[in-house]
Design a protein around this ligand. Sequence first.
Ligand SMILES: C[S@@+](CC[C@H](N)C(=O)[O-])C[C@H]1O[C@@H](n2cnc3c(N)ncnc32)[C@H](O)[C@@H]1O
Length: 242
Amino acid sequence: MRAKNRSMSLIKKIASRFQTEQTIPNRNVVRNSECAEFEVDAWRLSNFVVEKLVPMVGVHPFPLHELMLLSAAVCHTRPVQIFEWGTHIGKSARAFYETVIHYDIQCDIHSVDLPDNIAHVEHPSLERGKLVRGLKRVHLHQGDGIETSLRIWRNSGSPKPVIFFVDGDHSVDSVYRELSAIVDQVPTPTVLLHDTFYQSSESKYNVGPHKAIERVLNEQRGRFRRIDSGLGLPGMTLLYPA
Ligand SMILES: C[S@@+](CC[C@H](N)C(=O)[O-])C[C@H]1O[C@@H](n2cnc3c(N)ncnc32)[C@H](O)[C@@H]1O
């Protein structure tokens, strides 16, 4: 009986230590910012992703490594504005919101989806933005994602740093149009794109977003650096100023 009590208290001690490590707020996960390579403290960021993001948004459509890339991009950029489309039910918008709140980043999140009268296979209808409705720093809009975002960005004085999250229509033409408009009109954007995983043709995957990125990067040689989530579908790519 005594031995059982002793081992229970040992387990409790270890658990409470683990808990403390997990919940220590840390506002600085960026490492070696004076060095050439993008780097975050991946252990600390993992704690944030597991404790805050996963309970809020799950791991679909954004698996763990994509939630890591998304939140790392936010911590690294410390944007004043984030523009994202499409909103759908608001999972990515909620992930951005939780990240800027936790890391104390003064940032407005603008999320755009198509108007209700425009047909799109993925349009969320009445569910649009349900995970972010009423949150103070999240603004929901309806319109074309890139046009609406760039208009709001310009009308607010073209502030920087700024992040764009491209997750609307996933055809090669749509992603090329949207990414080209960003890099043409915004001097130093950070861009995240979704559904960008590349696999060879036997997979029959839609590799349109991947092709669009390749094309834009070829036209913009040397202007951006790139991190791909890799591993599997759906895939997320980060482009940041070189
Ligand atoms: C894959 S879902 C986005 C998932 C969402 N980011 C999330 O976190 O759950 C694609 C969304 O993009 C929207 N969409 C498609 N084309 C668009 C466009 N040109 N502008 C804005 N939204 C668009 C669709 O209506 C749909 O809600």
